[in-house]
Design a protein around this ligand. Structure first.
Ligand SMILES: Nc1ncnc2c1ncn2[C@@H]1O[C@H](COP(=O)(O)OP(=O)(O)OP(=O)(O)O)[C@@H](O)[C@H]1O
Length: 289
């Protein structure tokens, strides 16, 4: 569906924000994961045809969208990180405004979208009184107006409370049953239960691309659990990558990333996805150093 070939984005002063990224994305939810500054937003903006790659190709259903942005624009929905709603407009007026801009003329579609994002009961309320989650959901409704085949969402849950996060994830997950949804985040739990694939970025480079299950499988036998006495903790921490440390009545309970047993008493543990990615990043940093 969407193919990136050797995509590079260089800004002034030779900042290489995206460095030779090649990816083939089928339908489903793809999590784009990386620290701040990894290049996620730069990559998404190029896919959304808001900026152009310095070099490389981006193909959508075979069409080169760098040369022909219109090949994707009508089939794209984009919710940027800093999307703002107009506070004086009601939810419905807001959608009507964007529908006019996008040439969507079906009033029934607006009602359907408000229902889909669970805002239909607030259709006639001004967005000024909306919570962060409600505004994000209105943003998604806007992005879905043209029934896009590709939905791009940058940092979807920034500023949302836990319940809103859950609801928002569920919504994106459902959309991903039929479409390509690209979600950028540095919070693994945002995409943990919905991503069909994960693309890991670091310093502009694509470090890995695989299914969540594969990441977890690869990390098996690299994550250990052990409880140590408090006085041994500092020395151990200097030698190994501690993923998690929690004091309990027996000492300090640790989860450790290590290629082999890190200390006496350590037993292999089933990695969580977050731990699996931490072991991956750790390995990446080790070889890069
Ligand atoms: N318009 C710009 N001009 C110059 N440098 C930029 C510009 N936009 C981004 N950068 C730089 O490019 C690199 C990648 O930034 P980008 O915003 O794409 O990363 P990100 O992974 O989305 O991070 P964040 O989560 O903080 O938005 C960073 O070093 C950033 O400072």
């Amino acid at each position: 569906m969407l193919e990136l070939r050797n995509v590079v984005k260089t800004y002034a002063k030779n900042v290489r924000a995206v460095d030779d990224v090649s990816l083939n994305l089928p339908a489903g939810v793809v999590g784009l994961i990386g620290h701040n500054g990894a290049g996620k937003t730069s990559l998404m903006q190029m896919i959304a045809t808001l900026t152009r790659p310095t070099s490389g190709q981006i193909l959508f259903d075979g069409a080169d969208i760098v040369k022909r942005p219109d090949a994707i624009r009508g089939r794209l929905g984009f919710l940027p990180q800093d999307f703002g709603v107009y506070p004086n407009l009601t939810a419905l007026e807001f959608l009507q405004y964007f529908a006019a801009l996008k040439g969507v003329r079906d009033p029934a579609r607006l009602r359907l979208l408000l229902e889909m994002v669970n805002l239909h009961e607030h259709a006639h309320r001004q967005a000024a009184g909306f919570s962060g989650g409600m505004r994000r959901r209105l943003g998604i409704a806007q992005a879905l107006l043209n029934d896009p085949d590709v939905l791009i969402v940058d940092e979807p849950t920034a500023g949302l409370d836990p319940e809103e996060r859950l609801r928002f994830r569920h919504l994106l997950s459902e959309i991903g049953f039929r479409k390509l949804v690209i979600v950028s985040t540095h919070i693994v739990s945002d995409i943990e239960n919905m991503a069909s694939h994960l693309a890991i970025m670091n310093k502009g480079r694509l470090m890995a691309y695989d299914t969540p299950d594969s990441f977890v499988r690869d990390a098996r036998s690299k994550v250990w659990s052990v409880t140590v006495e408090a006085q041994h903790y500092e020395a151990l921490r200097a030698e190994v990558q501690v993923l998690q440390a929690q004091r309990n009545e027996h000492g300090i309970s640790l989860r450790i990333a290590h290629a082999s047993s890190p200390c006496a008493g350590a037993v292999p543990a089933e990695p969580t996805l977050e731990e699996a990615l931490m072991t991956q990043r750790y390995a990446v940093q080790e070889t890069a150093a």
